[in-house]
Ligand binder design. Structure first.
Ligand code: PHE
Length: 370
Protein backbone atom coordinates (compact mmCIF):
# COMPACT_ATOMS: atom_id res chain seq x y z
CA UNK A 1 0.00 0.00 0.00
CA UNK A 2 2.77 2.40 0.97
CA UNK A 3 4.49 1.43 -2.24
CA UNK A 4 1.43 2.48 -4.22
CA UNK A 5 1.28 5.78 -2.40
CA UNK A 6 4.91 6.48 -3.18
CA UNK A 7 4.32 5.59 -6.82
CA UNK A 8 1.38 7.98 -7.03
CA UNK A 9 3.23 10.84 -5.34
CA UNK A 10 6.21 10.37 -7.61
CA UNK A 11 3.97 10.26 -10.68
CA UNK A 12 2.17 13.46 -9.68
CA UNK A 13 5.45 15.28 -9.07
CA UNK A 14 7.00 14.22 -12.36
CA UNK A 15 3.87 14.97 -14.38
CA UNK A 16 3.64 18.41 -12.85
CA UNK A 17 7.28 19.01 -13.80
CA UNK A 18 6.84 17.97 -17.46
CA UNK A 19 7.10 21.21 -19.40
CA UNK A 20 6.31 20.10 -22.90
CA UNK A 21 3.96 17.69 -24.62
CA UNK A 22 6.75 15.31 -25.67
CA UNK A 23 8.06 14.70 -22.16
CA UNK A 24 4.50 14.39 -20.90
CA UNK A 25 3.85 11.68 -23.43
CA UNK A 26 7.02 9.88 -22.40
CA UNK A 27 5.63 9.78 -18.83
CA UNK A 28 2.33 8.44 -20.08
CA UNK A 29 4.17 5.57 -21.73
CA UNK A 30 6.27 5.02 -18.61
CA UNK A 31 3.18 4.64 -16.36
CA UNK A 32 0.29 3.58 -18.53
CA UNK A 33 1.96 2.09 -21.64
CA UNK A 34 1.94 -1.68 -22.28
CA UNK A 35 5.06 -2.14 -20.14
CA UNK A 36 4.29 0.81 -17.87
CA UNK A 37 4.63 0.45 -14.12
CA UNK A 38 0.92 0.99 -13.39
CA UNK A 39 -0.05 -1.37 -16.20
CA UNK A 40 2.22 -4.07 -14.74
CA UNK A 41 0.57 -3.61 -11.33
CA UNK A 42 -2.82 -4.11 -12.95
CA UNK A 43 -1.58 -7.32 -14.50
CA UNK A 44 -0.70 -8.75 -11.05
CA UNK A 45 -4.41 -8.75 -10.21
CA UNK A 46 -4.88 -11.80 -12.42
CA UNK A 47 -2.59 -13.92 -10.27
CA UNK A 48 -4.14 -12.94 -6.92
CA UNK A 49 -6.62 -14.92 -4.93
CA UNK A 50 -10.16 -13.56 -5.10
CA UNK A 51 -9.92 -12.14 -1.57
CA UNK A 52 -6.65 -10.41 -2.17
CA UNK A 53 -7.95 -9.05 -5.48
CA UNK A 54 -11.02 -7.65 -3.79
CA UNK A 55 -8.81 -5.87 -1.32
CA UNK A 56 -6.11 -4.49 -3.64
CA UNK A 57 -8.06 -4.20 -6.88
CA UNK A 58 -9.84 -0.90 -6.13
CA UNK A 59 -6.63 0.72 -4.90
CA UNK A 60 -4.69 -0.17 -8.04
CA UNK A 61 -7.60 0.95 -10.23
CA UNK A 62 -7.76 4.21 -8.30
CA UNK A 63 -4.04 4.70 -8.84
CA UNK A 64 -4.44 4.16 -12.59
CA UNK A 65 -7.31 6.63 -12.67
CA UNK A 66 -5.36 9.22 -10.67
CA UNK A 67 -2.32 8.98 -12.95
CA UNK A 68 -4.50 9.15 -16.05
CA UNK A 69 -6.42 12.21 -14.76
CA UNK A 70 -3.21 13.99 -13.77
CA UNK A 71 -1.77 13.38 -17.25
CA UNK A 72 -4.93 14.75 -18.90
CA UNK A 73 -4.99 17.86 -16.73
CA UNK A 74 -1.34 18.57 -17.39
CA UNK A 75 -1.84 18.06 -21.11
CA UNK A 76 -4.72 20.53 -21.19
CA UNK A 77 -2.66 23.06 -19.25
CA UNK A 78 0.33 22.72 -21.57
CA UNK A 79 -1.88 23.10 -24.66
CA UNK A 80 -3.56 26.16 -23.23
CA UNK A 81 -0.17 27.70 -22.46
CA UNK A 82 1.06 26.94 -25.98
CA UNK A 83 -2.03 28.63 -27.46
CA UNK A 84 -1.59 31.67 -25.27
CA UNK A 85 2.04 31.94 -26.26
CA UNK A 86 1.08 31.80 -29.94
CA UNK A 87 -1.64 34.41 -29.53
CA UNK A 88 0.81 36.67 -27.73
CA UNK A 89 3.51 36.35 -30.39
CA UNK A 90 1.51 36.23 -33.66
CA UNK A 91 0.23 39.44 -35.19
CA UNK A 92 -1.71 40.17 -38.38
CA UNK A 93 -0.85 43.52 -39.85
CA UNK A 94 -4.15 44.69 -41.27
CA UNK A 95 -2.49 47.68 -42.87
CA UNK A 96 -0.54 45.47 -45.34
CA UNK A 97 -1.74 45.70 -48.96
CA UNK A 98 -3.81 42.71 -50.10
CA UNK A 99 -1.88 40.14 -52.14
CA UNK A 100 -2.45 40.42 -55.90
CA UNK A 101 -5.28 38.11 -56.91
CA UNK A 102 -5.11 36.48 -60.35
CA UNK A 103 -7.39 38.43 -62.69
CA UNK A 104 -9.08 37.39 -65.90
CA UNK A 105 -9.76 39.80 -68.72
CA UNK A 106 -12.52 40.25 -71.26
CA UNK A 107 -11.40 39.05 -74.70
CA UNK A 108 -11.48 41.81 -77.36
CA UNK A 109 -13.94 39.73 -79.40
CA UNK A 110 -16.36 39.57 -76.48
CA UNK A 111 -15.84 43.27 -75.83
CA UNK A 112 -16.53 44.20 -79.47
CA UNK A 113 -19.66 42.02 -79.50
CA UNK A 114 -20.90 43.88 -76.43
CA UNK A 115 -20.12 47.19 -78.14
CA UNK A 116 -22.10 46.11 -81.21
CA UNK A 117 -25.07 44.98 -79.11
CA UNK A 118 -25.03 48.37 -77.37
CA UNK A 119 -24.85 50.35 -80.63
CA UNK A 120 -27.57 48.37 -82.36
CA UNK A 121 -29.84 48.22 -79.31
CA UNK A 122 -29.93 52.00 -79.55
CA UNK A 123 -31.25 51.65 -83.10
CA UNK A 124 -33.97 49.23 -82.02
CA UNK A 125 -32.27 45.93 -82.87
CA UNK A 126 -32.53 42.91 -80.60
CA UNK A 127 -29.98 40.11 -80.37
CA UNK A 128 -30.80 36.75 -81.99
CA UNK A 129 -28.81 33.52 -81.97
CA UNK A 130 -28.72 30.31 -83.96
CA UNK A 131 -26.91 26.96 -83.75
CA UNK A 132 -23.25 26.60 -84.74
CA UNK A 133 -23.98 23.03 -85.85
CA UNK A 134 -26.32 23.88 -88.68
CA UNK A 135 -28.10 21.98 -91.41
CA UNK A 136 -27.43 22.36 -95.09
CA UNK A 137 -30.86 23.84 -95.73
CA UNK A 138 -30.50 26.81 -93.36
CA UNK A 139 -26.83 27.48 -94.20
CA UNK A 140 -27.21 27.24 -97.99
CA UNK A 141 -30.48 26.21 -99.61
CA UNK A 142 -32.77 28.71 -97.85
CA UNK A 143 -30.19 31.41 -98.64
CA UNK A 144 -30.70 30.79 -102.33
CA UNK A 145 -27.78 28.42 -102.73
CA UNK A 146 -29.29 25.19 -103.99
CA UNK A 147 -27.24 21.98 -104.13
CA UNK A 148 -25.39 22.82 -107.36
CA UNK A 149 -24.77 26.50 -106.64
CA UNK A 150 -21.14 27.52 -107.32
CA UNK A 151 -21.09 29.91 -104.32
CA UNK A 152 -21.15 26.88 -102.03
CA UNK A 153 -17.63 26.02 -103.13
CA UNK A 154 -16.36 29.37 -101.84
CA UNK A 155 -17.32 28.54 -98.27
CA UNK A 156 -14.71 25.80 -97.54
CA UNK A 157 -17.31 24.07 -95.42
CA UNK A 158 -16.66 21.60 -92.60
CA UNK A 159 -19.26 18.86 -93.06
CA UNK A 160 -20.24 16.21 -90.53
CA UNK A 161 -20.01 12.58 -91.67
CA UNK A 162 -23.53 11.75 -90.43
CA UNK A 163 -26.87 13.11 -91.61
CA UNK A 164 -28.99 15.24 -89.27
CA UNK A 165 -32.38 14.38 -87.71
CA UNK A 166 -34.19 15.37 -90.93
CA UNK A 167 -31.87 13.31 -93.10
CA UNK A 168 -30.07 16.40 -94.43
CA UNK A 169 -26.35 17.07 -94.38
CA UNK A 170 -25.04 18.72 -91.20
CA UNK A 171 -22.19 21.25 -91.10
CA UNK A 172 -20.50 23.90 -89.02
CA UNK A 173 -22.21 27.10 -90.16
CA UNK A 174 -19.97 29.04 -92.54
CA UNK A 175 -21.66 32.37 -91.75
CA UNK A 176 -24.29 33.86 -89.45
CA UNK A 177 -26.73 34.33 -92.35
CA UNK A 178 -28.77 31.18 -91.48
CA UNK A 179 -29.96 33.15 -88.43
CA UNK A 180 -31.77 35.47 -90.90
CA UNK A 181 -33.88 32.54 -92.03
CA UNK A 182 -34.42 31.18 -88.52
CA UNK A 183 -35.47 34.60 -87.21
CA UNK A 184 -37.94 35.28 -90.02
CA UNK A 185 -39.44 31.80 -89.58
CA UNK A 186 -39.68 32.18 -85.81
CA UNK A 187 -40.86 35.80 -85.53
CA UNK A 188 -42.20 36.87 -88.93
CA UNK A 189 -42.11 40.56 -89.83
CA UNK A 190 -41.35 43.34 -89.08
CA UNK A 191 -37.96 42.40 -87.70
CA UNK A 192 -34.78 44.14 -86.57
CA UNK A 193 -32.06 41.82 -85.28
CA UNK A 194 -28.35 41.36 -85.01
CA UNK A 195 -26.96 37.84 -84.63
CA UNK A 196 -23.42 37.58 -83.26
CA UNK A 197 -21.57 34.28 -83.12
CA UNK A 198 -18.89 31.86 -84.19
CA UNK A 199 -18.58 30.68 -87.79
CA UNK A 200 -16.26 28.11 -89.36
CA UNK A 201 -14.36 27.78 -92.62
CA UNK A 202 -11.44 25.58 -93.56
CA UNK A 203 -9.00 28.43 -94.03
CA UNK A 204 -5.91 29.57 -92.12
CA UNK A 205 -3.34 32.37 -92.47
CA UNK A 206 -2.50 35.66 -90.71
CA UNK A 207 -5.97 37.08 -91.42
CA UNK A 208 -8.03 33.86 -91.53
CA UNK A 209 -8.64 31.27 -88.84
CA UNK A 210 -10.83 28.15 -89.18
CA UNK A 211 -13.14 29.63 -86.53
CA UNK A 212 -13.94 33.30 -86.51
CA UNK A 213 -16.78 35.63 -85.52
CA UNK A 214 -19.45 37.46 -87.41
CA UNK A 215 -22.38 39.66 -86.59
CA UNK A 216 -25.34 39.39 -88.89
CA UNK A 217 -27.77 42.26 -89.21
CA UNK A 218 -31.28 41.97 -90.60
CA UNK A 219 -34.07 44.46 -91.03
CA UNK A 220 -37.39 43.37 -92.52
CA UNK A 221 -40.21 45.85 -92.90
CA UNK A 222 -42.35 47.54 -95.51
CA UNK A 223 -40.67 49.88 -98.03
CA UNK A 224 -37.11 49.25 -96.91
CA UNK A 225 -34.51 50.35 -99.47
CA UNK A 226 -30.76 50.65 -100.00
CA UNK A 227 -30.70 54.11 -98.39
CA UNK A 228 -31.72 52.57 -95.06
CA UNK A 229 -28.84 50.12 -95.36
CA UNK A 230 -26.27 52.80 -96.12
CA UNK A 231 -27.45 55.02 -93.25
CA UNK A 232 -27.45 52.13 -90.81
CA UNK A 233 -23.93 51.03 -91.70
CA UNK A 234 -22.56 54.57 -91.54
CA UNK A 235 -24.24 55.26 -88.22
CA UNK A 236 -22.98 51.97 -86.83
CA UNK A 237 -19.36 52.41 -87.97
CA UNK A 238 -19.17 55.99 -86.75
CA UNK A 239 -20.46 54.95 -83.35
CA UNK A 240 -18.13 51.95 -83.27
CA UNK A 241 -14.94 53.80 -84.22
CA UNK A 242 -16.10 56.87 -82.29
CA UNK A 243 -15.29 59.31 -85.06
CA UNK A 244 -17.32 61.23 -87.57
CA UNK A 245 -14.83 61.13 -90.45
CA UNK A 246 -15.06 57.41 -91.13
CA UNK A 247 -14.70 56.76 -94.84
CA UNK A 248 -16.64 53.90 -96.35
CA UNK A 249 -16.23 52.44 -99.80
CA UNK A 250 -19.25 50.66 -101.18
CA UNK A 251 -18.60 48.27 -104.03
CA UNK A 252 -21.12 46.35 -106.09
CA UNK A 253 -20.78 42.70 -105.24
CA UNK A 254 -22.58 39.41 -105.34
CA UNK A 255 -24.17 37.22 -102.68
CA UNK A 256 -26.85 34.70 -103.62
CA UNK A 257 -29.01 35.85 -100.71
CA UNK A 258 -28.95 39.61 -101.44
CA UNK A 259 -29.95 41.51 -104.55
CA UNK A 260 -28.40 43.94 -105.12
CA UNK A 261 -25.31 43.17 -103.04
CA UNK A 262 -22.86 45.69 -101.63
CA UNK A 263 -19.39 45.05 -100.25
CA UNK A 264 -18.21 47.66 -97.73
CA UNK A 265 -14.58 48.60 -97.08
CA UNK A 266 -13.40 51.02 -94.42
CA UNK A 267 -10.42 53.31 -94.97
CA UNK A 268 -7.66 53.22 -92.37
CA UNK A 269 -4.18 54.61 -91.85
CA UNK A 270 -1.24 53.39 -89.84
CA UNK A 271 -0.81 55.48 -86.73
CA UNK A 272 0.61 54.73 -83.33
CA UNK A 273 -2.02 54.09 -80.69
CA UNK A 274 -1.51 54.48 -76.93
CA UNK A 275 0.15 51.08 -76.69
CA UNK A 276 2.17 51.43 -79.86
CA UNK A 277 -0.40 49.62 -81.96
CA UNK A 278 -1.63 50.68 -85.35
CA UNK A 279 -5.08 52.20 -85.23
CA UNK A 280 -7.88 53.04 -87.58
CA UNK A 281 -8.19 56.53 -88.87
CA UNK A 282 -11.06 57.63 -90.97
CA UNK A 283 -10.90 60.36 -93.58
CA UNK A 284 -7.26 59.70 -94.27
CA UNK A 285 -7.30 58.66 -97.89
CA UNK A 286 -4.14 60.68 -98.53
CA UNK A 287 -2.04 59.27 -95.70
CA UNK A 288 1.03 57.50 -97.11
CA UNK A 289 0.33 54.29 -95.28
CA UNK A 290 -3.28 54.03 -96.12
CA UNK A 291 -5.35 51.00 -96.89
CA UNK A 292 -8.84 49.68 -97.30
CA UNK A 293 -10.03 46.91 -95.05
CA UNK A 294 -12.78 44.73 -96.39
CA UNK A 295 -15.25 44.75 -93.55
CA UNK A 296 -18.64 43.50 -94.48
CA UNK A 297 -20.96 42.08 -97.05
CA UNK A 298 -24.47 43.40 -97.35
CA UNK A 299 -27.41 44.00 -99.62
CA UNK A 300 -31.16 43.93 -100.00
CA UNK A 301 -32.51 40.55 -98.92
CA UNK A 302 -33.22 38.46 -102.01
CA UNK A 303 -36.97 37.96 -102.41
CA UNK A 304 -36.43 34.22 -102.75
CA UNK A 305 -34.90 34.16 -99.25
CA UNK A 306 -37.90 36.08 -97.85
CA UNK A 307 -40.19 33.60 -99.56
CA UNK A 308 -38.30 30.53 -98.31
CA UNK A 309 -38.43 32.03 -94.81
CA UNK A 310 -42.23 32.05 -94.98
CA UNK A 311 -42.94 35.73 -95.72
CA UNK A 312 -44.55 37.42 -98.71
CA UNK A 313 -41.80 39.29 -100.60
CA UNK A 314 -44.36 41.58 -102.19
CA UNK A 315 -45.27 42.87 -98.75
CA UNK A 316 -41.94 42.65 -96.93
CA UNK A 317 -38.50 43.83 -97.97
CA UNK A 318 -35.32 44.27 -96.04
CA UNK A 319 -31.59 44.55 -95.92
CA UNK A 320 -28.95 42.35 -94.36
CA UNK A 321 -25.28 42.59 -93.60
CA UNK A 322 -22.57 40.36 -92.20
CA UNK A 323 -19.50 41.82 -90.42
CA UNK A 324 -16.30 40.12 -89.33
CA UNK A 325 -16.11 40.84 -85.58
CA UNK A 326 -12.45 39.85 -85.32
CA UNK A 327 -11.57 42.30 -88.09
CA UNK A 328 -13.48 45.06 -86.37
CA UNK A 329 -11.51 44.34 -83.19
CA UNK A 330 -8.18 44.33 -85.11
CA UNK A 331 -8.94 47.67 -86.72
CA UNK A 332 -10.15 49.35 -83.56
CA UNK A 333 -7.60 47.99 -81.11
CA UNK A 334 -4.60 47.51 -83.38
CA UNK A 335 -3.76 43.81 -83.43
CA UNK A 336 -2.19 42.61 -86.67
CA UNK A 337 -2.31 38.81 -86.42
CA UNK A 338 -5.70 37.19 -86.16
CA UNK A 339 -4.27 33.83 -85.10
CA UNK A 340 -3.10 35.30 -81.78
CA UNK A 341 -6.76 35.93 -80.91
CA UNK A 342 -7.28 32.24 -80.32
CA UNK A 343 -3.91 31.12 -78.92
CA UNK A 344 -5.01 31.68 -75.32
CA UNK A 345 -1.64 33.29 -74.47
CA UNK A 346 -2.17 35.08 -71.15
CA UNK A 347 0.38 37.78 -72.05
CA UNK A 348 -1.66 38.66 -75.14
CA UNK A 349 -4.90 38.56 -73.15
CA UNK A 350 -3.42 40.78 -70.48
CA UNK A 351 -2.23 43.29 -73.07
CA UNK A 352 -5.31 43.41 -75.29
CA UNK A 353 -8.01 42.25 -72.86
CA UNK A 354 -10.49 44.49 -71.09
CA UNK A 355 -11.45 44.88 -67.48
CA UNK A 356 -14.89 43.61 -66.55
CA UNK A 357 -15.58 47.18 -65.49
CA UNK A 358 -15.12 48.42 -69.09
CA UNK A 359 -18.80 47.97 -69.91
CA UNK A 360 -19.52 49.55 -73.28
CA UNK A 361 -22.16 52.23 -73.06
CA UNK A 362 -23.09 54.81 -75.64
CA UNK A 363 -22.93 57.64 -73.13
CA UNK A 364 -19.43 56.77 -71.90
CA UNK A 365 -18.19 55.84 -75.38
CA UNK A 366 -18.43 52.25 -76.59
CA UNK A 367 -14.68 51.85 -76.47
CA UNK A 368 -14.27 52.56 -72.77
CA UNK A 369 -10.49 52.12 -72.77
CA UNK A 370 -8.64 55.14 -74.20
N1 PHE B 1 -22.82 35.88 -95.13
C1 PHE B 1 -21.91 36.68 -95.90
C2 PHE B 1 -20.49 36.20 -95.67
O1 PHE B 1 -20.25 35.48 -94.75
C3 PHE B 1 -21.99 38.13 -95.53
C4 PHE B 1 -23.30 38.76 -95.85
C5 PHE B 1 -24.31 38.77 -94.91
C6 PHE B 1 -23.55 39.33 -97.08
C7 PHE B 1 -25.53 39.36 -95.20
C8 PHE B 1 -24.74 39.90 -97.37
C9 PHE B 1 -25.73 39.94 -96.42
O2 PHE B 1 -19.57 36.51 -96.40
Amino acid sequence: MAELNTLETEARTRIAAADDLASLDALRVEYLGKQGSVSLLLKTLGKMSPEERQEKGPTIQALRQAVSDTLADRKAALEQAALEARLASERIDLSLPAPEAPKGSVHPVAQVMDELAEIFADMGFSVATGPEIEDDWHNFTALNMPESHPARAMHDTFYFPDAGPDGGRMLLRTHTSPVQVRSMKAHGAPLRIIAPGRVYRSDSDATHTPMFHQVEGLVIDRNIHLGHLKWTLETFLKAFFEREDIVLRLRPSYFPFTEPSVEVDVGFAIQNGPKGQTRVLGGSGDAPEHGWMELLGSGMVNRRVIEMSGLDPDEWQGFAFGVGVDRLAMLKYGMDDLRAFFDGDVRWLKHYGFSAFDQPTLSAGVGARA
